[in-house]
Design a protein around this ligand. Structure first.
Ligand code: SAH
Length: 492
């Protein structure tokens, strides 16, 4: 196969970044702007050892799964990778990916037969509770070509815009709203840009490091409607901040009057003077209201501050945790380990039905949030450890305090249920070995990456566990991300 050759391909799958995948003479070819089900004429642009990249020349026969993207800038923005495919097909793709990984990598026989549920979103849009918009200026179209001319942050002052950087670049695509974010964002974008224009507040220039306004971050508590707006600027002395607050409050009030649940509870200012791609600086100050918003997952209350981690799709998250609870079959008497516990969400969710829950998490700040969350919910049967799960848990198993058992006058380190919710790279093998030695009756694996889930399952299935069932969840609609909750039962 050579560069510039033209081929006809049938697109059979989608990649993580939303490219279609087909095969030419047994070799995988990735083609942007195609959809599963398309037959397309493509030109080879790059050839690697075992795969290649093609550019779409012409669609010969469009896929029956194609739909019109919901967002006018879906293609330039690159944030959503599946907007051109129906949501029904998206769910099918996600399910198929999990099934294929479990079979191919995990060595699970007939993985379809163990599928419990595919849980799609009520709506695949407006699900994100947090948005981060860079601030820029609307540029003039110079007509010399190139994306920079379409919108140029470095041009002389014109109107202020909020937007997103186009995939892998720092070219800002101005937005009136993002279809993935909560619909209140539209009001915030409009209030913010009006304020910045009226008072001519300067916009940060990435090249010179001059200017004030860098980012606007919004967080909405879906359950309570509480809203936080955090402005990131290069100085603490942003002019006319009180006017920004009243402009925001006015817009949100108008939104609320339209029958929507939203109230502006917090306006924060984060100061970032550094020439860096990092969005937040170290210092955050309160501008108006209180410095956190309140939300609930199930019955658990969370206080979310400008910097705290919180699941971005709380509606689907609650469904995932409910599945974990269902699979755990707790009766009030079990000892549970929640590994990779973050801000303690799963631990607290399970605590009501367990005798004791231990959490372990590598991030200090997340653990202090977890402890705080336990406190404000009056939950006292949880303990959190800071550190690597693969170091903390073996140490606890060897030397930990465990529970005092009065009948044998000894400390018991018996564990009934283990939950893991690792990052994309999956669990460290040392941790899997420790879990094997812990001998919990059941183990629940919450995964954001089916490939590493399958790899880890292979180890667990060879070491005493049986895969009982699993469910597939869509937490990031319109992207290829997929979550899985798997239940393993110990056999030996
Ligand atoms: N269960 C949590 C968060 C899971 S995300 C929730 O539902 O909110 C994965 C978490 O694992 C992150 O908080 C990350 O900081 C943590 N982490 C990453 N590597 C780790 C390790 N080796 N040991 C413990 N925690 C780790």
């Amino acid at each position: 196969m050579e560069k510039n050759e033209i081929y006809e391909v049938k697109i059979e799958d989608m990649s993580e970044d939303g490219s279609g995948i087909g095969h030419i003479e047994g070799m995988a070819v990735f083609v942007k702007d195609t959809a599963i089900g398309d037959t397309a004429s493509i030109r080879i642009v790059k050839v690697k050892k075992s795969y290649c990249f093609g550019r779409l020349e012409r669609i010969i026969e469009p896929s029956p799964y194609r739909v019109e993207p919901f967002c006018p800038v879906a293609k330039q923005c690159g944030g959503c990778t599946l907007q051109h495919i129906s949501y029904k097909k998206e769910l099918e793709l996600k399910k198929d990916r999990v099934i294929s990984c479990l079979g191919r990598i995990g060595g699970v026989e007939e993985p379809e037969s163990l599928l419990d549920e595919v849980c799609g979103a009520n709506s695949p849009y407006h699900y994100r509770n947090k948005m981060q918009f860079p601030v820029g200026l609307r540029g003039t179209f110079s007509g010399t070509g190139g994306r920079r001319d379409y919108f140029d942050t470095f041009s002389s002052r014109s109107s202020t815009v909020l937007g997103f950087y186009a995939g892998r670049t720092h070219t800002l695509i101005p937005l009136e709203e993002c279809k993935l974010g909560h619909s209140v964002n539209k009001c915030i974008i409009s209030a913010f840009t009006r304020w910045a224009d009226r008072y001519r507040i300067s916009v940060y220039n990435e090249e010179t490091g001059e200017g004030i306004l860098r980012h606007v971050i919004t967080r909405v508590a879906f359950r309570t409607g509480e809203l936080m707006v955090c402005l990131v600027a290069t100085t603490e002395k942003v002019p006319e901040l009180d006017k920004l607050v009243s402009e925001l409050a006015k817009e949100v009030e108008r939104y609320r009057a339209g029958g929507n649940n939203a109230s502006l509870k917090s306006v924060m200012l984060n100061i970032n003077k550094e020439k860096t791609n990092k969005i937040l600086g170290d210092k955050t100050v309160l501008v108006n209201g209180r410095d956190y918003i309140v939300d609930y997952i199930g019955n658990i209350r969370f206080q979310i501050s400008a910097k705290s981690f919180y699941q971005v799709n709380p509606v689907q998250t609650e469904k995932i945790y409910s599945k974990v609870l269902e699979y755990a079959e707790l009766t009030g008497n079990q000892v549970v380990w929640d590994m990779y516990s973050g801000i303690g969400t799963i631990s607290l969710f399970l605590a009501e039905k367990a005798r004791k829950v231990y959490g372990v998490e590598i991030e200090h700040k997340a653990v202090s949030d977890a402890k705080h969350n336990a406190e404000i919910n009056d939950i006292d049967n949880v303990d959190f450890f800071v550190g690597k799960a693969e170091e903390v848990v073996p140490d606890w198993l060897e030397n930990g305090l465990g529970e005092y058992d009065s009948s044998s006058h000894s400390f018991r380190r018996k564990v009934d249920v283990v939950v893991v919710d690792p990052p994309r790279k999956g669990c460290d093998e040392k941790l899997l070995e420790t879990i094997k030695n812990m001998k919990p009756g059941r183990m629940i694996y919450v995964s954001c990456n089916p490939a590493t889930l399958a790899r880890d399952l292979k180890y667990l299935l060879e070491n005493g566990f049986r895969l009982e069932k699993y469910s597939v969840f869509d937490q990031f609609s319109r992207t290829m991300h997929v979550e899985t909750v798997a239940l393993l039962i110990r056999e030996i």
